[in-house]
Design a protein. Structure first.
Length: 253
């Protein structure tokens, strides 16, 4: 952790969740007690169909909501897309952009991710910009260079600690139960902080929250969250169980 940075634990529900599953959000809110509130910020990113309802269910809980993607455009003939302004209108505070599933399954380039992050910021959402190497890239010793290139291509110019969150999510760790070693996470997170300092200047970069994501669960959260420059977690599968999500949050406290 970076002691001067308030950690954030964000849940990415992906394409999971019907109205009945808002009970998970309600249970998280119930467990977000004063001790946790003093220590860590929480956010839940449900599917877009539940965003408004989740935000309403979480009113008064101090738990934020977020979208899982946003369009590059403000409005217009883009059937099926959702603008950042629409997400904000539904109550979102954050928008995940550049998740590896979007980069891979929807062919999103760094330029597209940057345009989405800029659109999010324009709508006063905080983009959670995801970066991370594939298994082949790590095995080829390219993890650092891949992540730095993604950052250079995806992070909006002029971002600040208040307008940007970065999530390091090694693709091979997402949903697999595999995690990098603490040393590997430390190396990448330190490099992300240094690259952000080059891009945004040191004062801005030193406060940006850097989340780790990829198979975070209650059993490994403390080890991962204790790594330098890890300021919270982006949690997929484990965010669908309130007790697990809260246990991960406690590991940041
Ligand atoms: C994710 O998809 O952002 C993620 C981190 O997934 P999981 O926690 O399931 O690996």
């Amino acid at each position: 952790m970076t002691r001067s940075i308030r950690p954030l634990v964000a849940g990415n529900w992906k394409m999971n969740g019907l109205k009945a599953d808002l009970a998970i959000a309600a249970e998280v809110a119930k467990g977000y007690d004063s001790t946790l509130k003093a220590a860590v910020d929480l956010a839940i990113c449900p599917p877009a169909t539940l965003l408004y309802l989740a935000t309403a269910a979480l009113v008064g809980s101090r738990i934020a909501t977020g979208g899982q993607d946003c369009a590059t455009h403000d409005s217009g003939a883009f059937t099926g897309d959702l603008s950042a302004q629409m997400l904000a209108d539904a109550g979102a505070i954050f928008a995940i952009v550049g998740h590896s599933e979007r980069r891979t399954l929807h062919g999103e380039s760094n330029a597209t991710v940057k345009a989405k992050a800029e659109a999010a910021q324009k709508a006063l959402l905080v983009p959670i910009v995801c970066v991370g190497e594939t298994k082949d890239e790590r095995q080829a010793g390219k993890a650092l260079s891949v992540v730095k290139k993604q950052l250079r291509g995806s992070v909006p110019d002029g971002s600040t600690a208040a307008t940007l969150v970065v999530a390091y999510e090694p693709v091979w760790a997402i949903g697999t139960g595999l995690t990098p070693t603490a040393d590997d996470v430390a190396e990448i997170h330190a490099a992300i902080r240094a690259e952000l300092a080059r891009l945004l200047g040191k004062p801005a970069a030193s406060g940006v929250r850097l989340l780790y994501g990829g198979s975070v669960k209650p059993s490994n959260a403390a080890d991962l969250m204790n790594v330098a420059h890890v300021d919270g977690a982006l949690v997929g599968g484990a965010s669908l169980k309130a007790e697990d999500f809260l246990a991960i949050a406690r590991a940041c406290g």
